[in-house]
Design a protein around this ligand. Structure first.
Ligand SMILES: C[C@H](N)C(=O)N[C@@H](Cc1c[nH]cn1)C(=O)O
Ligand SMILES: [Zn+2]
Ligand SMILES: [Zn+2]
Length: 475
C-alpha cells in the first residue's frame, strides 16, 4: 500500500514548519552525560509529551529511578517517554524507538555556530547538536503523526513509542523497564523500528541489521595526596600521568590492532561469503576520507576498512580527566588522572567475557612499571552487540519504502556504533528489530558541526511514513 499522495505532499508543504520544530528540539541542551544538564534532559521529555498529546497519543513519562554519581550523590534518571496510538486488533503494532538525549557540545570544541541553535546554511544543511543523532528522526515520527491527523488519514498500523533520555550514557534503567513492561506496554508489539544511525555515504540509503556493543572503561591512577609542583617533585615521586600514558599506549597500535591478549579469540570467524558481502556494498575509501576530512584511512583494502567498522572490534582512547589541558604552561604533576577508553564489541564478545581480560592485562602491565601509585580499572557502562535476520517482513517493508521514496535499492549494513537497547528488544520481547536510518555518513554525529541535510530530513520523514504504510501490507 503506497503512502497516500496527500501525505507526501503534506511533508513537502510543511518543510519549514518541520525545520522550525527540529530547531525547538535542538535548543534544549539535553546532554545526558553532563549532570549540570540533567534538568534539560528531563525538560526534553516534557517537550515531546506536549507535542504528542494534542495528536491523540496517550503519553506516560515512566520514572526509571536514580543514577549514582562518582561522588556517591544521586541524580534522577530522565523518564522514558511511552506513547500509545491505536489499539486495533486487526492492525500490526509497530514499536518505534528513538532517544532524546545528545552528546556534549561546546562552541570552544570547534563549532562554527552555537551547537544548540539549529543553523541552516545555504546548501540546506541543518547544523546543531542532535540534528541527526537523534532529534531529527524522533521529531520526524511526530511530523508523520501530525500529517495523518491533519489530513484525516487513518494510520494503517498501531504505534507504540519508546523514547529514552540516556542512550548516549549507557541507557541506564531502560533494560529493567522493558523487562518489567514485557507483558504490559510492550505486549502487543509485532516488530521494532529504530531510526538512529546513518547511511555509509551521501548517496545510498541503507537498512541496518547489526550494531556493535560497547564496554566503556575508566582507568584511574592516583598517588600524591594533592597536585604537585613539577620543579619540586619531578624525578622525585612516581607520577600518575606518566603511568597512565604508558598504560594507555599499551592498549592499541596506531594501526588499530588491539593489544589485549585473548580478545581476538572471542570474535566470530569470518567466512568467504561474508567477506564478499563487504566487497559489494556501495562504498569507497573516499567516503571515509570525506567524512573525516582527511586522507587517513587505515588500509587501501575496502573490505578491510568496512570490516573494521562493522564486524571487527575497535578500541578508541577518548580522554584523560584530571590532566592539565588549558592554555599556558602550568607546571603541575596531577595527583589523580582517569583515562577513558572504550572497546566496540562484536559477536561473540560481551562485556562479561571482555572485562576480565581487560582488567587482568592492565594490572599485569601496571605491575611491570613497579610504580608505587595505585591503579583502579572500572567498566562505566556496556552493552552487547546485536544482529537481526534481515529476511523478515519488517525489512521487506523497509526495502519497498526505500525504493519508493529514494528510487534506489538500499544497502544492507551493520552499524559501527552502539544502540544498547536493540538487543534487549530482540531478546526480551522476542521481536525483529530494524534500523532504518535517516542521516548520511558525513553528518558528524558526536562531532563538532553535527548536521542533518534538509533533503534527508524531509525525504527521511516520507520514508518512515511510507514504511508504516508498507508494513501494513507486507508478509
Ligand atoms: C549509533 C547511535 N546513534 C549512537 O551514537 N550510539 C552511541 C551509544 C553510546 C554508548 N555509550 C556512549 N554512547 C555510540 O555508539 O557511541
Ligand atoms: Zn543515537
Ligand atoms: Zn549518539
Amino acid at each position: 500500500m503506497p503512502a497516500p499522495t496527500e501525505f507526501i505532499k503534506y511533508v513537502d508543504a510543511h518543510k519549514d514548519a518541520f525545520i522550525a520544530r527540529l530547531g525547538e528540539a535542538v535548543a534544549i541542551p539535553s546532554v545526558s552525560g553532563d549532570p549540570s544538564h540533567r534538568q534539560d534532559v528531563i525538560n526534553m521529555a516534557g517537550f515531546i509529551k506536549r507535542l504528542l498529546e494534542p495528536l491523540g497519543v496517550k503519553v506516560e513519562l515512566k520514572d526509571i529511578g536514580m543514577e549514582k554519581q562518582t561522588d556517591g550523590s544521586e541524580l534522577p534518571l530522565p523518564p522514558v517517554v511511552f506513547g500509545v496510538l491505536g489499539d486495533n486488533p486487526n492492525k500490526k503494532t509497530i514499536l518505534l524507538y528513538a532517544h532524546y538525549d545528545v552528546q556534549p557540545a561546546l562552541v570552544t570544541d570547534g563549532w562554527n555556530t552555537d551547537p544548540f541553535t539549529l543553523s541552516p546554511d545555504n546548501e540546506g544543511r541543518l547544523f546543531g547538536r542532535g540534528s541527526t543523532d537523534d532529534k531529527g528522526p524522533l521529531i520526524a515520527w511526530i511530523n508523520i503523526i501530525e500529517a495523518h491527523v491533519k489530513l484525516g488519514l487513518e494510520l494503517p498500523v498501531n504505534l507504540r513509542f519508546c523514547f529514552e533520555g540516556m542512550e548516549e550514557s549507557g541507557s541506564e534503567g531502560l533494560d529493567d523497564l522493558i523487562i518489567r513492561e514485557k507483558n504490559g506496554f510492550f505486549e502487543s508489539c509485532d516488530c521494532v523500528c529504530i531510526c538512529d544511525n546513518y547511511w555509509m555515504n551521501d548517496r545510498t540509503p541503507c537498512l541496518t541489521y547489526g550494531v556493535r556493543g560497547m564496554s566503556y572503561y575508566r582507568l584511574v591512577v592516583s598517588g600524591p595526596a594533592r597536585d604537585l609542583h613539577s620543579g619540586l617533585f619531578g624525578n622525585t615521586v612516581h607520577e600518575p600521568m606518566t603511568d597512565l600514558i604508558l598504560l594507555m599506549s599499551k592498549l592499541v597500535t596506531p594501526n588499530g590492532e588491539i593489544l589485549i591478549p585473548g580478545l581476538d579469540k572471542l570474535v566470530a570467524p569470518l567466512t568467504d561469503t561474508e567477506r564478499k558481502r563487504y566487497e559489494t556494498l556501495d562504498f569507497a575509501l573516499t567516503d571515509i576520507e570525506d567524512q573525516v576530512g582527511a586522507k587517513i584511512v587505515l588500509s587501501d583494502d575496502k573490505a578491510r576498512v568496512l570490516m573494521g567498522r562493522m564486524r571487527n572490534p575497535s578500541l578508541s582512547l577518548h580522554g584523560i580527566e584530571g590532566a592539565f589541558y588549558g592554555p599556558g604552561a602550568k607546571t603541575v604533576i596531577p595527583a589523580k588522572v582517569q583515562g577513558k577508553f572504550s572497546i566496540r564489541l562484536v559477536p561473540n564478545m560481551t562485556p562479561e567475557n571482555v572485562d576480565p581480560l581487560v582488567v587482568k592485562y592492565l594490572h599485569d602491565e601496571f605491575a611491570k612499571l613497579k610504580s608505587k601509585n595505585t591503579l583502579k580499572v572500572e567498566n562505566i557502562h556496556g552493552g552487547k552487540p546485536w544482529m537481526a535476520d534481515p529476511d523478515h517482513w519488517n525489512y521487506r517493508a523497509a526495502i519497498k519504502a526505500t525504493e519508493k521514496v529514494y528510487k534506489k535499492k538500499p544497502d544492507l549494513t551493520r552499524e559501527g556504533g552502539s544502540i544498547p537497547v536493540t538487543l534487549t528488544f530482540a531478546d526480551v520481547l522476542g521481536l525483529n528489530v530494524l534500523l532504518l536510518p535517516m542521516g548520511r555518513g558525513d553528518d558528524g554525529a558526536h562531532s563538532t558541526n553535527e548536521k542533518l541535510d534538509t533533503y534527508n530530513y524531509i525525504e527521511g520523514t516520507k520514508l518512515l511514513g511510507t514504511y508504516l504504510h508498507e508494513i501494513a501490507v507486507t508478509n
